[in-house]
Ligand binder design. Sequence first.
Ligand code: SF4
Length: 228
Amino acid sequence: MKRLVSKIDSSAPVNPDGNAAALIPSRPTISRLREAASVCKACTLWKNATQTVFGEGSPASRIMFVGEQPGDQEDRAGRPFVGPAGKVFDEALAEVGLDRAQVYVTNVVKHFKWVPAPRGKRRIHKKPRYSEIHACRPWLEAEISAVKPQAVVCLGATAAQALFGKQFSITRHRGQRIDSPLAPFAIATVHPSSILRAQDSESRHQQMRAFVNDLRQVALQTTKNQAA
Ligand code: SF4
């Protein structure tokens, strides 16, 4: 399998508000990190969000999935991937014989960034800025250090570019194994929300098949690593 070489992207500009590094507790377990992140104000995204949505899953998980940021439902529930995209994600996990209890799911940004819809009360997702991703990065790095996953799977371009470099293209490199210091096996695929945006049911079906194939590769690889 062709591999790409990636380094953690260190070219992020310094956030004038700083980043969350000073908030990382000593001996950071997932529960201590979650508690510390609940009061994070290292960037301004906390102001318009309901709460911090920290990663979730067993600290012994072999696979860590990293998305972009919590959505509307996640913001209200305080849990990642519980909205419509989370349902697509759960379906795909089930198809490859995994469930949420076996994996760790998180986002590169822990607060919901949104703008009001032109009409009505809907909150529309807004892509986080690079400075916000940079500000939030210490939380993700601490999660990876605490869980030490065998596989890191980026869901969507924002997560992949945050972890594998700004030039990373999901279109060109999805499903390809990446040489990364983050985990023995690293890969990127689409965000499940993109499957929900498919034009018609046939295209949705095709995109789901491709997503499941990417996840199957991850499941097989981590089973192999466990057996080795
Ligand atoms: S998005 Fe991240 S860095 Fe910004 S306030 Fe929330 S937890 Fe802190």
